[in-house]
Design a protein around this ligand. Sequence first.
Ligand SMILES: [Zn+2]
Length: 73
Amino acid sequence: MRGFHCVDPAHGRIVFTGADDEELFGNIKAHAAEAHPALTETQIREMMAGADWWRSMATSGNNAGSSPSAYDK
Ligand SMILES: [Zn+2]
């Protein structure tokens, strides 16, 4: 099981899970389509992989507390 959580002032903390990365990606993508329409699929995959730009956003500012990357659950 894979996990990821998104923290944003607009919706608080939301936890996502998936049997594998593809299922997890689908769940995050569905959320992003409604809550974060500016995010591209490529950016979501980078978030899951723990890209440097996302890692810094996940630890400071509006998204502080979000997962810096997908994790085993
Ligand atoms: Zn979100």
